[in-house]
Design a protein around this ligand. Structure first.
Ligand SMILES: [Zn+2]
Length: 107
């Protein structure tokens, strides 16, 4: 089975946001290329991609991604916005861990 890249992220943080969002919807996704895109700073953008593990989930993942990028999900969950207790990052309600420092959402 060949995996397909769903989304080319601007940076690793965005890629992980997308991956976490998809996994919250029950879709298996992985991030590849983050180490290439990270350290040196001279590499071209577009190396950090989100891949969908199961081909038959790709179409649904693509739909979800479009909603995500348009901010629909963010608006739906806007009332659940929370702040990380560790680093103070503002996070949307659909995320249960802080993408900035990895802390778990408080109860
Ligand atoms: Zn944090």
């Amino acid at each position: 089975m060949l995996m397909k890249p769903l989304h080319t992220a601007r940076h690793a943080t965005e890629a992980h946001l997308v991956r976490g969002y998809l996994e919250a919807q029950g879709i298996s996704a992985i991030v590849r290329g983050e180490y290439l895109a990270g350290g040196i700073g001279e590499l071209p953008a577009g190396l950090c991609k989100v891949w969908i593990v199961h081909d038959d989930e790709f179409a649904r993942a693509d739909d979800l991604l479009q909603q995500f990028l348009q901010g629909k999900n963010a608006r739906d969950y806007a009332h659940e916005r929370w702040h990380c207790a560790t680093c103070g990052e503002a996070l949307e309600g659909q995320f249960t861990t802080c993408w900035n420092c990895g802390s778990t959402r408080p109860e």
